[in-house]
Design a protein around this ligand. Structure first.
Ligand code: CTP
Length: 397
């Protein structure tokens, strides 16, 4: 159930902090990718190195680091966007109080404020503290604010008392996490919608060992597919050769050439939403040889023919209520050229990429996209995984 999901695990300074290492493992075993943010007090109970080694990600404790040149101080925003679910386990009375009062004095509390994903709080403390009027009031407030709560269990506590306050069993936290994620998907803006996404390059073979292609990694298209799945869409991803691994939350179909892609797109043409992010080669060799062309037999030039413009065809066959989103890859006159494609291909939206902008384009993990609709333009800059979600939220909410 958690397969392909991204869980941000918040660890605060209570004795149960050591159990969070096991919780992280359980999330991973269930297929989730986990990152950890700890409060400074939590590091007195368990080392951040334990979590970075287990999660294979850096662990974030403070918003600012000692290195003043460090540009990662916006991590709380990026991690909050990255996560499908933020689980704070254990959550001390102090962090609970900060959360309900909107404090942002460390990485964990700042990330709670920035989170758009559901947040699960597992309050864990001594029984007397748990039943105190202040904590009771804060728990009620947290629930009213829309945070998910998992009540602590009763049992032997570090103080020597037997009372309510223990971190719930890991299996209960896992079960609750799965329920929250599946419910949030059902409530997502793309819930019930079929979404077709194409990603990556095409290969137009000259002979069995040579082809015409482009440097597309498919990262942007796959990020769009993952974002659509996260917002509740029922996603089919058509994925070109050599592209990255996608999550398991979608139905993936590989393609090789523009003609192959065209046939596969036609099969899914009635999808409610089509996102055409593939870098389709505009040209293919006029003739394909079944066996390798020997050097001495080569003519010195390769006659080409144009491939079908798949997106143009989709625009011509657009069904009622269908939302058609294209991409434009430009080296100059970005907005003007993209607007031309928006109109010519009968699109609802176009995501314009400049190949010359810093930190954007092929292979990069980051991108700068100018989203153009019929009456709106907006720029998105950042990690492809993050801006994909922002773009789809902009369009569909
Ligand atoms: N596209 C397509 N079929 C093609 C070429 C492009 O479906 N044969 C789609 C791309 O997936 C993208 C959009 O059309 O969503 C724009 O692609 P782009 O390469 O930027 O522009 P082209 O339309 O090919 O025009 P040009 O190469 O002249 O800029």
């Amino acid at each position: 159930m958690l397969s392909g999901n991204r869980i941000l695990l918040g660890v605060t300074g209570g004795i149960a902090a050591y159990k969070s290492a096991y919780l992280l493992r359980e999330f991973q075993k269930a297929g989730a990718d986990v990152r950890v943010t700890m409060t400074p007090s939590a590091t007195r109970f368990i080392g951040s190195e334990t979590f970075s080694a287990l999660s294979r990600h850096t662990v974030a404790v403070e918003v600012f680091t000692d290195n003043r040149q460090d540009e990662s101080w916006t991590k709380h925003i990026h991690w909050a966007e990255w996560a499908d679910l933020f689980v704070i386990a254990p959550c001390t009375a102090n962090t609970l109080s900060k959360i309900v009062h909107g404090a942002s004095d460390n990485m964990l509390t700042s990330t709670v404020l920035a989170a758009r994903c559901p947040v699960l709080i597992c309050p864990t403390m001594d029984g007397e503290m748990y039943e105190s009027p202040g904590v009771t009031h804060n728990l009620e407030k947290a629930e009213k604010m829309g945070y998910h709560l998992l009540e602590p269990e009763s049992g032997y506590l570090a103080s020597g008392l037997e009372a309510v306050g223990r971190l719930p069993r890991l299996s209960s936290i896992l079960k609750k996490s799965e329920t929250i994620i599946s419910e949030s998907r059902e409530k997502g803006p793309l819930s019930g919608k079929s979404v077709l996404v194409t990603a990556g390059p095409t290969r137009e073979f000259i002979d069995p060992v040579r082809y015409i292609s482009n440097p597309s990694s498919g990262k942007m298209g796959i990020a769009m597919a993952e974002a659509a799945a996260r917002l509740g869409g029922n996603v089919t991803l058509l994925k070109g050769p050599g592209t990255e691994k996608e999550t398991e939350r979608m139905n993936t179909v590989p393609f090789i050439s523009a003609y192959d892609l065209f046939e596969k797109v036609k099969r899914h043409q009635k999808a409610d939403i089509v996102i055409m992010a593939a870098a389709v080669s505009d040209f293919a060799p006029s003739e394909t040889f079944n066996s390798k062309v020997k050097k001495e037999d080569a003519s010195g030039s390769i006659p080409l023919k144009q491939t079908p413009d798949i997106l143009h065809w989709l625009g011509d066959h657009k069904t009622d209520h269908q939302v058609l989103i294209g991409f434009a890859m430009e080296t100059e006159n970005l907005e003007k050229n993209a607007k031309k494609k928006l109109a010519a291909k009968n699109l609802d939206w176009i995501c314009a990429n400049s190949l010359v902008a810093e930190n954007s384009g092929f292979q990069n993990d980051e991108n700068e996209i100018l989203l153009i609709g019929s009456s709106e333009t907006k720029t998105f800059v950042g990690q492809k995984k993050v801006i994909s979600l922002q773009i789809l939220r902009e369009i569909f909410t």
